[in-house]
Design a protein around this ligand. Structure first.
Ligand code: SF4
Ligand code: SF4
Length: 171
């Protein structure tokens, strides 16, 4: 089975933070996705990237982190000892400490919802489709296809497109 991810289209995010609210609702009041503002012009939603070569899995001394059938990186609270190593090695500082239970928590791509055939709550809630969930290969292929179409649309004339393809594509 292919690995599934949430692809983020930063250009579509309107910073409404509906994703954060939906995540809070699904994860006992704690949002595991954060929307950051950059220079008051750009909003950057960020959740666990469920990395292909996840350093958090590699470093965990109790093997509390593992990958499920969809490729999501999951944290088992029963095995976690709250040592923070996963957060230290994560390039995005994603796992956070649940101070009440003294274990780490992180995005699980809404495992309980996926088990029922539903989308992760943030994806299902985003009003602008800034968050898209699916097979990584298919999503990236669609992205390349969209980029190719944009090249075609932005070429001023068939002649300039011909020049473009001659320059960039023809060996
Ligand atoms: S719900 Fe979508 S548009 Fe709204 S803040 Fe989150 S990612 Fe951005
Ligand atoms: S917690 Fe960090 S290192 Fe681990 S999979 Fe998520 S983004 Fe990657």
């Amino acid at each position: 089975m292919g690995r599934k991810i949430i692809l983020i289209d930063f250009s579509r995010c309107i910073e409404c933070r509906a994703c954060e609210v939906a995540c809070e609702r699904e994860h006992e009041g704690q949002s595991l996705i954060s929307v950051f503002e950059y220079q008051e012009t750009t909003a950057i939603p960020l959740n666990c990237r469920h990395c292909e070569k996840a350093p958090c899995i590699e470093v965990c001394p109790t093997r509390a982190l593992y990958r499920d059938d969809d490729g999501a990186v999951i944290l088992s609270p029963l095995k976690c000892i709250g040592c923070l190593l996963c957060s230290v090695v994560c390039p995005f500082g994603i796992p956070i400490l649940d101070k009440v239970n003294k274990v780490m928590i992180k995005c699980d791509l809404c495992a309980h919802r996926r088990a029922e055939g539903k989308l992760p709550a943030c994806v299902a809630t985003c009003p602008t489709d800034a968050l898209i969930y699916g097979d990584v290969e298919e999503l990236l292929f669609e992205k390349r296809k969209k980029a190719a179409l944009q090249v075609v649309e932005s070429s001023r004339s068939a002649a300039s497109l011909k020049e473009f393809t001659k320059y960039f594509i023809t060996p």
